[in-house]
Write a protein that binds this ligand. Sequence first.
Ligand SMILES: [Zn+2]
Length: 265
Amino acid sequence: MKNIKILKLFVVMLLFFVSAGHLYALRQRPYNVIRHKTIKEYRAMSVSPIGWKVLGYSNDMNPVYYREFGSGSKTLLVIGGLHGDEPAATMSVIKFGEYLYEFPELLKNRVVLIPCINPDGLIMGTRTNANRIDINRNFPAPTWKAKYAKNHNNPGRLPGSEPETVLVVNAIYDYKPWMVIGVHQPFGKIYPSEGVPADLYKKMSKISGYGIDFDIGYDTPGSLGGYISEKSRAIPSITFEIGPIDIEPDYDAITYAFLEAANYR
Ligand SMILES: [Zn+2]
């Protein structure tokens, strides 16, 4: 009798693990498809007719591309792929660039795009760069902390220790954007900082279908938002969180939401 009970328990546990593993594999498959497609797009940037230029290199010496579109004194900076395991956060900025290249007449101000600031992470499928540092915890913000709880949030030995972080800091110094959009996944929400015009983020929310929130729900020391909101800079930012990593988002809707921010006067 006891043996049968143990056998039953064993079968139930076995079924549980098999189905859980199966579910995990099912989720991973679409994610990997999206990821590999994005890696391919990233690599194609070197030969794209759009004319992406090299801003600098990552830890692993992968090129970080950028491109200016439009003109004027008002500049929007859009940074994609701070976390390598959020592929649509890179793809959406590449697609926005393709759109601006095709329809330059639709742009009223200047936009600078950095679609993939963390190419190491994209290629490896990790949140961190090749040095295992979370770029979005490595900014020289007053909030930067050496202590961290999870390995994938390693802030680096010093703020600004990573070449990817330095590229962003320099781009902000050079372009003096009026606002910065940092693109992430997977919350499917728009997080505006103080100073982002309400009519703008409401419109972006309506266009993209992503809701608005003001609190991501956890501390983000040394983040890009923390760095640029610091008093001496006081640059508003939007953390633009695309939906789940295993679902291809509506890139057109995201493009139109970005365009709204680019053309804001
Ligand atoms: Zn992220």
